[in-house]
Design a protein around this ligand. Structure first.
Ligand code: GDP
Ligand code: MG
Length: 439
């Protein structure tokens, strides 16, 4: 039975190797999905080529269709392209570890600085100090102080009349003094990348030699984010990227492009305005998001684990029609005992005479007793899952019931035929709405 089930599942699903037509069709969709997700055109092109090359000729997994198989490759490659999970933060040999937050205005630097400090304290038991080095944006210092108050974290500030370079320097000195092990420098942004900003950031970098320079990027800016990332990286060199505002409905193609273009790891993602809305970056989740195929992908995931077994069980259940077990079989036999020979009874069922295999079911009254003996020699599990009855079990059952192995075999075969018939019957009854019959 198990083998037959496997066969039918294979028929429904996988069909040999992935061919070029399958891939071509799928890749059209994938290309669109990626472009729609705002992935850089060049990145899409290279990506599609790479996936196509890999996918064509692949064996289709038993539990997948060729289309799903291609998507699986797509997802793997996307995940790969975005790098592994890299939410670790550098640790300075000599504390404090200095982290510089850079990015355009409104990207989420100040918010993320707060989130990160909170995360460092909560998850890593650190003692961070926030440094307010954005003296340009109105109320930027106040904003960080408010966040600090909210989180009960210290904020170092010197007002807006001191240069950011000076503030950073003093902030680090203060951290050493007060034994803070992390310093997060919130820097200024501009609406666009400009030289004055980059110069200032370079100076802060030189003076504070940060262990990490996190580029904060608004995921909703899509394509622009790529240029921004490239500019920042070229000018000051970033060590990691934080992608914010992923709680919006953006598909997050920026993540892929940024990673592909700068080759810098995406470390965290911002998932909301609240201070706990910072998560480690999961490339796999992002891949699903970019493809916008959550359902399809989770389906594939399931298939990759144990869907074969589960599907088989499900199919089997259906085959059993109303979970028909050998125990039920025995019960039926008991009920029909007084009515006459079982094979005759079966033939009275509407449509049963037209069924294949009907002649294999020949049970006379004497045989009924034997059948009963055999079934009663089975364990509960065997009665429910006759397919587990292997040679040695058959031998044991035969011995226990005082029957021959051949008789045990015959009974199991009959039972199987019966189930098959019952299935056909339920089908035809449902289709033709036949009256009567059945067990
Ligand atoms: P900065 O100019 O780079 O310092 O940006 P801010 O930290 O001031 O953030 C700008 C706006 O974006 C604020 O209103 C934040 O609340 C909001 N923001 C930051 N990160 C996220 C995020 O992950 N999700 C959402 N929805 N809003 C965010
Ligand atoms: Mg700010």
């Amino acid at each position: 039975l198990a083998d037959r089930l496997k066969g039918s599942i294979q028929k429904i699903r996988g069909k040999g190797k992935v061919n070029e037509a399958d891939v071509k069709e799928m890749m059209r969709e994938v290309r669109l999905a990626l472009l729609e997700a705002d992935v850089n055109f060049k990145v899409v092109k290279t990506f599609v080529k790479r996936v196509s090359e890999r996918a064509v000729g692949q064996e289709v997994m038993q539990s997948l269709t060729p289309g799903q198989q291609v998507i699986k490759v797509v997802k793997e490659e996307l995940t790969e392209l975005m790098g592994g999970e890299q939410s670790q933060i550098a640790v300075a040999k000599k504390p404090p570890t200095v982290i510089m937050m850079v990015g355009l205005q409104g990207a989420g630097k100040t918010t993320t600085a707060g989130k990160l400090a909170s995360l460092l304290r909560k998850k890593h038991n650190r003692k961070p100090l926030l440094v307010a080095a954005d003296i340009y944006r109105p109320a930027a210092i106040k904003q960080l102080e408010t966040i600090g108050m909210q989180l009960n974290l210290p904020v170092f500030s010197m007002g807006d009349q001191v240069s950011p370079v000076e503030i950073a320097k003093e902030g680090i000195a203060k951290a050493k003094e007060e034994h803070h092990d992390y310093v997060l420098i919130d820097t200024a942004g501009r609406l666009h990348v400009d030289e004055a900003l980059m110069d200032e950031l370079k100076q802060i970098k030189e003076l504070s030699s940060p262990d990490e320079i996190f580029l904060v990027v608004d995921a909703m800016t899509g394509q622009d984010a790529v240029n921004v990332a490239q500019n920042f990286d070229e000018a000051i060199g970033v060590t990691g990227v934080v992608l914010t505002k992923l709680d919006g409905d953006t598909r997050g193609g920026a993540a892929l492009s940024i990673r592909a273009v700068t080759e810098k790891p995406i470390k965290f993602v911002g998932m909301g305005e609240k201070m706990d809305a910072l998560e480690a970056f999961h490339p796999e989740r992002m891949a699903s998001r970019i493809l916008g195929m959550g359902d399809m992908l989770s389906l594939i995931e399931k298939a990759q684990t144990n869907v074969d077994e589960e599907k088989a069980k499900e199919m089997e259940k259906k085959l059993r029609t109303a979970s028909f077990t050998l125990d039920d079989f025995l019960e039926q036999l008991g009920q029909v005992k007084q009515m006459g020979p079982l094979d005759e009874l079966i033939k009275m069922i509407p449509g049963a005479n037209k069924m294949k295999g009907i002649d294999n079911i020949k049970v006379d009254d004497k045989q009924l007793e034997h059948v009963e003996a055999i079934i009663k020699s089975m364990t509960m599990k065997e009665k429910e899952q006759p397919e587990i009855i292997n040679a040695s079990r058959r031998k044991r059952i035969a011995r226990g019931s005082g029957r021959t192995i051949q008789e045990v075999n015959r009974l199991l075969k009959q039972f199987e035929e019966m189930k098959k018939m019952m299935k056909q019957m339920t089908n035809s009854q449902q289709k033709g709405k036949n009256r009567g019959g059945g067990f």
